[in-house]
Structures are given as C-alpha cells and as structure tokens.
Design a binder for this molecule. Structure first.
Ligand code: 5GP
Length: 217
C-alpha cells in the first residue's frame, strides 16, 4: 500500500462519548482503567464531586474535589454537561474538556451513573455509546464487595441493596456486558468501542473521501 493510500485511510471522525455504568462491585472501575491503558485514543472524563477524598485519591486525577458552593456555581454557570446526586454527594461532568476532546476526534470515557447517562442522552444522543456492566451473580457481587477490606458489614449490606436498585436501569443502555471474566469483559468493551468508531455518521470525512475516490484521486 502506497503512502497516499495510507493518508486516505485517516478519514476524520467525530469522537464519541463512551459511558460505563454499573452497580458498585461489578468491576466497572477495573475495566475502564484497562481500556484507558490500552487505547490512546480515549481519555477519561474527570468529574467534579462534593464527596470527600478517599485515601489514595488525587485531586484533579480521580476527581476534582469541590465544596457544595463551588459545585452550585458550576451548575449555575452551565459548566457541567450533566450532574446528579448519587447516594449522599453531588457529582458532575465538566463540559469544556469533553467538547474539546470530541472536537479533536478523540473519545471520552465516562464513569457515571444512570442519571448522568440519561442527561447525556438528552444533550447529545448521537455522540453517546452506553454500556451497563452487570456482575455474573448476586453471590459474586457479595464476594467482590466483601473483598474491599475497608468497608463495614453495614456498608456492604447497604451497597447490595443499592446495587439491586441500580441494576433496574440496565435496559436504558445500548449494550450490556456481564462481567464473568475480566479479560473477556475488557475485550467486549473494546469491540463495542471499535465498532462504534466505524459508524458512518461519525466519519465526518467520509463524504470528501468518496468524492476524491469518484474523481479518481
Ligand atoms: P464514587 O463516589 O464511588 O467514586 O462514585 C459513586 C457513583 O457516582 C458511581 O456510580 C459513579 O459512576 C458515579 N459518578 C461519578 N462521577 C459522576 C458524574 O460526574 N456524574 C454522575 N451522574 N455520576 C457520577
């Protein structure tokens, strides 16, 4: 294949918004970390939150930690693409970095809940690809929640109840991945991402490409 053919294969495209949601303990965080690690064309949207920082979390990397006053200011200035109260705290997606990344033809991964996903669907359905991650069984979810050493039995019982609640939203998503095996689940998410990248409406450079083809260039 000649150099000029190679050039033509770079058909410009609009980036997509890949949302991963799941009840806590289904493995969403590990899957998204792995996808981000392996694929340089997708980056993580860093949410703002009023939740206190957990040990090991870094401000600006895991979350942008803000107080409620600051969060409300962001909402009032329309700086958030979506926002929701999840459990006891507020979370929201800063708009500007997402729009810049999409405009550059890169993709953005969101680790947000079903409320945020619904709002993104209202704002930008065409850019959105949503995946819901389910645990393989209740017993496995229970085991995974127990393996997070820090949490007390009361917290785990509460998380199990919330998980049952959150799972009712599976049917609002484009895809569902049942996380039986970590490696398989990562591959499934990558397959979805790669197929969605090829969708015709996202390939905004396609029409020019075909024009050139027809002109024999
Ligand atoms: P955690 O406090 O455990 O980091 O996150 C709790 C929940 O909030 C998770 O289900 C996560 O997906 C969700 N979440 C994190 N950031 C956002 C956000 O910006 N918007 C929405 N709607 N949910 C978020």
């Amino acid at each position: 294949m000649g150099d000029s053919d190679q050039e033509w294969l770079e058909i410009s495209r609009r980036g997509l918004m890949l949302v991963l949601s799941s009840p806590s303990g289904a493995g969403k965080t590990s899957i998204s970390r792995e996808v981000l690690e392996r694929d340089e064309k997708i980056s993580l949207s860093i949410s703002a939150t009023t939740r206190p920082r957990r040990p090991g979390e870094v401000d600006g990397k895991d979350y942008i930690f803000v107080d409620k006053t600051e969060f409300d200011l962001m909402v009032n200035r329309h700086e958030l693409l979506e926002h929701a109260k999840v459990f006891d705290h507020y979370y929201g997606t800063p708009r500007a970095p997402v729009e810049a990344t999409l405009g550059n033809g890169h993709d953005v991964l969101f680790d947000i809940d079903w409320q945020g996903t619904q709002q993104l669907a209202e704002e930008a359905r065409g850019d959105l690809v949503s995946i819901f991650i389910l645990p393989p069984s209740t017993a496995e979810l229970d085991r995974r929640l127990h393996s997070r050493a820090q949490d007390s039995e009361a917290v785990i019982t509460e998380r199990m109840a919330r998980a049952a609640d959150e799972m009712t939203h599976w049917s609002e998503y484009d895809y569902v991945v049942v996380n039986v095996d970590f490696e398989d689940s990562v591959r499934q998410v990558e397959a979805i991402l790669n197929a969605e990248r090829l969708k015709r409406p996202r390939l905004i450079g396609l029409s020019d490409f075909v024009t050139r083809l027809r002109q024999g260039q």
